[in-house]
Design a protein around this ligand. Structure first.
Ligand code: SF4
Ligand code: SF4
Length: 316
């Protein structure tokens, strides 16, 4: 079994560029780094001028509330979709300015959403590695240092540990609130190769519960959801009123629907009804398959004798 270090070495070995700015070391929180970013550095704003920033559900929650808009509007205006893995697990990144590479939130003074800037921006130039061994149930965090030549903060005269830097940048809270979601991603990745792509509906549910919180809220209070799941009234009231509670509930919901973890209580008869629906679908699929096969055979043997057709071929 590979341990963390082996996994990381492979990661560094497979890096596409020789001059990768990610130091090929897996660092612990007590590792000391030399770094300081401040308005006086010559490279001020350089890093925000060429962005590739993936967003977590908590990043989106904070930013949509920063602007006081619904999650759907935030996603449309400020993000672009991408696929996290080969199964098409949906992710979202910050959208750059029209026709450019700079962040839309960058202003001369720095970051216009500083209090609510995303996790990746807080971490930079440290990168978070979330790792889980196949024989472990929880992930653990390790770090890497990104040393891009354009970033002069590494030449500043200040040393501190990664943990101190994380604390200074306020990532503890972001990490804590993103943990459930990171575990879902790891779980998806370590689930092994799937046979074919997962159904589109799985990815749609993943997108809605992870990123489109206001649409997820409407789904959770819908009649069909409440016909299926037995959510206590007090909890439902919290989900309606509290974005963070709803986000955490989204992680639980995804565990239930994607990994069959029985994390939610289903109402009586729901399971049986689902099995009946699946049976009906399987029956419909079988009937369509047979009809199609007969049609194909008819086309293939039109004008010829079908194998086993005893009424054919009597003119010899
Ligand atoms: S959100 Fe702020 S810190 Fe992050 S890239 Fe944009 S301007 Fe820079
Ligand atoms: S020091 Fe690095 S992080 Fe700070 S502005 Fe310059 S490039 Fe960006």
């Amino acid at each position: 079994m590979q341990d963390y270090d082996d996994q990381f070495k492979n990661l560094a070995k497979d890096a596409p560029f020789d001059q990768s700015p990610v130091m090929p070391n897996m660092l612990e929180g007590d590792t000391e780094i030399q770094f300081r970013c401040h308005r006086g550095v010559k490279c001020w704003n350089v890093c925000c001028g060429n962005i590739d920033i993936s967003l977590t559900p908590y990043d989106i929650l904070r930013l949509k509330n920063h602007f006081g808009i619904a999650s759907g509007e935030f996603l449309q205006k400020y993000t672009v979709p991408y696929e996290i893995d080969k199964d098409g697990t949906p992710g979202v990144k910050l959208r750059a300015v029209e026709g450019g590479t700079a962040c839309q939130f960058m202003v001369e003074e720095g970051c216009s959403v500083y209090q609510n800037r995303p996790t990746a921006c807080r971490y930079y130039p440290v990168a978070l590695l979330s790792i889980r061994r196949s024989d472990e149930f929880t992930d653990r965090q390790a770090y890497a240092l990104v040393t891009e030549k354009t970033c002069l903060g590494h030449q500043e005269d200040r040393k501190l540990t990664i943990d101190q830097y994380r604390h200074e940048q306020g990532v503890d809270d972001y990490d804590e609130k993103g943990r459930g979601w990171r575990q879902l991603i790891l779980k998806k990745k370590s689930a092994g190769p799937a046979i074919g792509k997962p159904p589109i509906i799985s990815n749609q549910l993943f997108f809605m519960a992870s990123y489109d919180l206001d649409r997820f809220r409407a789904f959770v209070i819908s009649e069909s959801f409440n016909r299926t799941y037995d959510i206590p009234v007090e909890q439902m009231a919290e989900l309606v009123a509290d974005d963070e509670k709803l986000m955490e509930f989204g992680y639980t919901f995804l565990k239930h629907v994607l990994f069959n973890e029985k994390a939610l209580t289903e109402r009586e008869g729901v399971y049986e009804a689902r099995i009946d629906r699946l049976k009906a679908k399987a029956e419909q699929f079988r009937a369509e398959f047979e009809a199609n096969r007969d049609k194909l055979e008819d086309e293939k043997y039109s004008g010829e004798c079908k194998p086993g057709d005893l009424s054919c071929g009597g003119n010899d």
